[in-house]
Design a protein around this ligand. Structure first.
Ligand code: 8YV
Length: 310
């Protein structure tokens, strides 16, 4: 049985299937130092990781027999693809099966933020209802929605938001054949949006692309929703814009330095935070795990890989 290094938890059903077909070595990323690699590195033929973790280049280099980096997620921004390619290491991911969940959460976070659902829940639980009604919230229906990144997830989010409004626009590098207004850049998109939803893939091109000019364009009644990657947003600039009241609010599932969320964000009433749960449903995590193992099986069997990045 090939030996795999597993650095992320996967769905229990997928875990059982993985354990039946492979010898598993479990470790956490911080453990994978030079001493660990010197002891175990030569035995490892595959790595099971998450989109949020990827695999540091130093670890990849310390695994001389590595054949596959299997990501239990769609994002591959934390894997050095050029290095993998140069070493003949395949990189696989789990697209499509998580699209619905991520798009669902984009809508859920938007509603949570505008309708103040976390505060409403806390209000009832704290026994405050008998003393009076909550302050009024903000309506979603009819608002102008801007989608930054119209890939699979962005399109799925746009379809969902189309149930709330006719005013949907997007920014992406290329104009697409869709019934939504195209803007070439995120500042122009933000200027015409009440809600800016980040659905783009993380890359060197999108790193911190959502910064002060975008927040200024969104303005004090605009809000930011991020279900993509923390690295796309300039987090210190976001905190500053929210603190100064130059941006109306934010609903965030992803952060620059997970699992660390800036204390300033946690202290704000007009911010909703969730712990990177966009794909975290039983159904979807099971499907991701199955696809991830299909990918690994294909590599070791020499078959075409269902979802190969490299
Ligand atoms: C997960 C993700 O949090 O798909 C991605 O890129 O970030 C998420 O689905 C993670 O990959 C689960 O392992």
């Amino acid at each position: 049985m090939p030996k795999l290094l597993q650095i992320t938890a996967i769905h229990p059903d997928a875990q059982a299937r993985l354990a039946a077909g492979y010898e598993l070595v479990h470790a956490e990323l911080p453990q994978l130092d030079a001493a660990w690699l010197a002891r175990h590195g030569a035995e490892i033929e595959g790595v099971v990781t998450g989109g949020h973790l990827g695999l540091p280049a130093a670890v990849m280099t310390g695994l001389p027999r590595l054949r596959v980096i299997a990501i239990n997620g769609v994002g591959f921004d934390k894997v050095d693809l050029a290095l993998a390619r140069s070493r003949g290491v395949r990189v696989t991911n789990t697209p499509d099966v998580l699209t619905d969940d991520v798009a669902d959460l984009a809508v859920g976070l938007t509603l949570a933020l505008l309708r103040r659902l976390p505060q409403a829940d806390a209000y009832v639980r704290a026994g405050r209802w008998p003393a009076g009604e909550m302050p009024l919230a903000t309506k979603l229906t009819g608002k102008r929605i801007g989608i930054f990144g119209l890939g699979r997830i962005g399109r799925a989010a746009a379809r969902r938001f189309a149930g709330f409004t006719d005013a949907i626009a997007y920014a992406d590098v290329t104009r697409q054949d869709v019934p939504f207004t195209w803007h070439p850049d995120p500042v122009a998109l933000a200027a015409g949006s009440d809600v800016l939803v980040i659905c783009a893939a993380a890359s060197a091109d999108t790193r911190r692309i959502i910064g002060t000019p975008v927040f200024e364009a969104l303005g004090p009644s605009g809000v930011l929703v991020n279900v993509a990657r923390g690295s796309i947003v300039d987090e210190p600039a976001l905190v500053a814009a929210l603190q100064a009241g130059r941006l109306g609010g934010a609903a965030l599932d992803v952060f620059e330095d997970e699992p660390n969320v800036p204390a300033a964000l946690i202290g704000m009433e007009n911010v909703v935070v969730t712990p990177h749960i966009a794909s975290a449903t039983n159904e979807t995590r099971r499907a991701m795990g199955e696809l991830m193992i299909d990918n690994i099986d294909a590599v070791f069997a020499g078959r075409p890989i269902p979802a190969a990045v490299v």
